[in-house]
Design a protein around this ligand. Sequence first.
Ligand code: AVJ
Ligand code: FE
Length: 438
Amino acid sequence: MTVTDETTLRQRALDALLTARNRTSLLTDCVDDGELTAQHSPLMSPLVWDLAHISNQEEQWLWRTVAGRAALRPEIDSVYDAFEHPRSVRPTLPLLPPAEARAYASDVRARVLDVLDRTALEGRPLVESAFAFGMIAQHEQQHDETMLITHQLRRGPAVLTAPPPPANGAGDLLPAEVRVPGGPFTMGTSDEPWALDNERPAHTRITPAFFIDTVPVTNGAYLRFIADGGYTDERWWRLEGWAQIRQHSIAAPLFWRKDGGQWLRRRFGVDEPVPEDQPVVHVSWYEADAYARWAGRRLPTEAEWEKAARHDPASGRSRRYPWGDADPTPAHANLGQRHLSPAPAGSYPEGRSPLGVRQLIGDVWEWTASDFLPYPGFTAFPYKEYSEVFFGDAHKVLRGGSFAVDAVACRGTFRNWDLPVRRQIFSGFRTARDAEPS
Ligand code: AVJ
Ligand code: FE
């Protein structure tokens, strides 16, 4: 590796760590200690748990494993082990109080920046291309998104503000769907330096030709499903989805309520009319699947989603992003909590794919039809608990990232997963259909 490569990598790792920490501070400095330690929802950890968990992971991987130093606070490891204690019981654990959690975070970070300065970024898989630093920045950003979900579930007046997304989507002027040709494409990656284990390795997939929605399904379209009795017609629903909506009296996306004749939604402490031109958000996989069936369509498979997002029919190669290989800018996608909502359908024309599919990156996580499974040749790295323990038919794959995802944790290959009943996450979807046989 040349000196310039090393300098660039070090700078990139430093930027990613600093960007993540700024966001963590933004999310935790805007509420008082009572709110940091409160349980805002049994679905989520207290914010102060995420805060110290972020630093405990950073300590374990960068201070202990990369630098080979002794544990700073070995006695707290078990409290911040996500597998030992489910989220609902975390408020009862002996958590570091806010001031101590913040002091721990600054102490770990100061040591880690020193480690970054002194570590040669080659020779060991964990430090090759600054991978472990990139992994920890992505981990912090993932918990920042988790904390933003906690903010969304929190009751009480708004504490977060951000400018609204661009107003002119004009999504309904676009063709409703795009035809993606059949044939092979490259799925996954073997050369994206900070790609996580489940995105690897690159391999060839063959899909038949299919059609996919140009833009994510909007609130306006989803309202037609509701108005057509979508939630009361068992025909559209999987057994478990029907059971969930009956048991919990679900009749609209999470955070929606009907006031007289008007649908309102609560968004980070503010009630507002549901904006018809924005992608629908806070729906479960079952709701997405039922909508698609009602529309005479289906969810795209994970391979179809990635082909729509990465395949360049002209060159036959797969891009890092729909628009090419360049990192996202604000002109490409709604990422990084720059706005506190999805942008109208049709926004970000510069972010479109070669075939003209829009908003694949950012705005809302998109449910796919697929279970979360390893690619052929998968190897867990650096730990089985990131991906491997979640493989199987319990979790469905989501793609593309939401407005709450930072660019460092978002790319055409990035895979997220969750239970099909989940709806507090920033989840939406688009639909697809088989192309006619040629
Ligand atoms: C990939 C978003 C499902 O938040 O549960 C955070 C990421 N893994 N800490 C999660 C993760 C360990 C994970 N998701
Ligand atoms: Fe974690």
